[in-house]
Design a protein around this ligand. Structure first.
Ligand SMILES: NC(=O)c1ccc[n+]([C@@H]2O[C@H](COP(=O)([O-])OP(=O)(O)OC[C@H]3O[C@@H](n4cnc5c(N)ncnc54)[C@H](OP(=O)(O)O)[C@@H]3O)[C@@H](O)[C@H]2O)c1
Length: 308
């Protein structure tokens, strides 16, 4: 099969090449990949960051890609809830059998769901990595219908899913987005929004007791100390410094978006019941991976995907 492979860590070692297709075990299905989500976190993986952090020995050639959508073409003998020909979306992180940037991927059945009818394959391919991270954020915040939440970074991958999940729990959701297109995206999802890069001073932090934060909030203390207390801020650990709080009335919860069967089930339930969408800014042919990764550094809303 053709795949985007790493012959060693580092972007200069990425190539489209022929390699052998993965073998399935009795609990896996083999998916013929149509689209794969490009993760903001891919670059850390490409540079060997996760392997170093988790002390995993890499095997090259190595195939990245932690989420995607496509058709089931083969399944193991224990896989009963899926059929050959099903169109599915799935995710698996640091999969030893190879990632989604390939013609075929072998994925454990617990991580695979059928694509709901309101989603395109491209949308479905990119929704689960950021979506499950957003859902974990809601759980960490213990968001309830009486809470008032600011979603900060709301036009990005994780947070545009968080806006929709939060809205299904409480009517009091405010989005701090990036750029006018980001504001428009959030307003199209039915919430009030402003551009945090130019108008952060206009946010009435005193009205909000919960925050999902996926960006560096420059004047973190100045702004958040005005929050309605006791306040809770959840923060997926990633590119930015983990904010600290000197105020015992403000709890900061850094967390990881770990994947397991339960979070996949629950996220799929929300996607179907609340018609959650994924905003795809741009689709890149997988051969155009260099441009895609350059684009990742620029401003865009929602997610980028590869057509595989
Ligand atoms: N630990 C985990 O399991 C996990 C999983 C997923 C993600 N993460 C982390 O979570 C973070 C978000 O991930 P992501 O995939 O959602 O990334 P992303 O798509 O880049 O989202 C971040 C968004 O924040 C926006 N932003 C930056 N400064 C802003 C400001 N002052 N006001 C309003 N918006 C602002 C960015 O807009 P511009 O592009 O225009 O600057 C971007 O849209 C990253 O740090 C990532 O590493 C962690």
């Amino acid at each position: 099969m053709k795949a985007l492979i790493l012959s060693d860590f580092g972007r200069e070692h990425l190539y489209i090449k022929e390699t052998s297709a993965p073998q399935i075990s009795e609990n896996d299905a083999l998916i013929k990949v149509q689209f794969a989500g490009i993760g903001e976190w891919d670059q850390f993986e490409i540079n060997g960051g996760y392997h170093e952090m988790l002390n995993i020995k890499p095997e090259f050639p190595y195939i990245c890609g932690s989420e995607g959508a496509g058709e089931i073409i083969k399944k193991g003998k224990n896989v009963h809830h899926l059929s050959i020909g099903d169109l599915v979306y799935a995710c698996s992180f640091l999969n030893e059998k190879g990632g989604f940037f390939a013609e075929y991927v072998a994925v454990n059945q617990d991580m695979i769901k059928r694509i709901p009818s309101h989603l395109s394959s491209a949308e479905a391919s990119a929704i689960s990595g950021v979506g499950t991270t957003a859902l974990r954020g809601m759980m960490k915040l213990e968001l309830g219908e009486l809470d008032n939440i600011i979603v900060h970074g709301a036009s990005g991958g994780v947070d545009h899913l968080a806006v929709q999940l939060a809205k299904s729990i409480t009517n009091n959701v405010f989005a701090v987005a990036s750029g006018e297109d980001g504001v428009q995206l959030c307003e199209s999802m039915g919430v009030n929004a402003l551009n945090g890069k130019s108008n952060l001073g206009d946010v009435e932090f005193s009205k909000f007791n919960k925050m999902l934060l996926t960006t560096q909030l420059e004047d973190y203390r100045t702004h958040t100390e005005d929050m309605l207390k006791p306040a809770v801020i959840a923060y997926p650990v990633g590119n930015y410094d983990v904010p600290e709080s000197n105020d015992n009335q403000i709890e900061v919860i850094p967390y990881y978006g770990d994947l397991d069967k339960a979070i996949i089930e629950e996220f799929d339930y929300h996607v179907r019941n609340h018609k959650i969408r994924c905003n795809i800014s741009k689709v890149f042919d997988i051969k155009d991976f260099n441009n895609a990764y350059n684009h990742l550094e620029k401003h865009y809303t929602g997610k980028l995907v590869f057509r595989v």
